[in-house]
Design a protein around this ligand. Structure first.
Ligand SMILES: [Zn+2]
Length: 53
């Protein structure tokens, strides 16, 4: 669970688990950690309907 403390950072760059693009998971958009550990960017969140999962 290496991402445990990273969630507290407001600006944190992650690489999307689906499209491999870098994005800021701290931004206030749809990006999030899928199942709490796979970083998903906002684009993929919308495309795949991963909101709040
Ligand atoms: Zn993506």
């Amino acid at each position: 669970m290496k991402n445990e403390h990273d969630k507290k950072n407001k600006c944190h760059i992650e690489v999307c688990y689906l499209c491999n693009q870098e994005f800021d998971i701290g931004k206030d958009d749809c990006s999030h950690y899928h199942y709490g550990k796979y970083p998903i960017c906002a684009n993929c969140s919308e495309a795949y309907g991963f909101f709040n999962i």
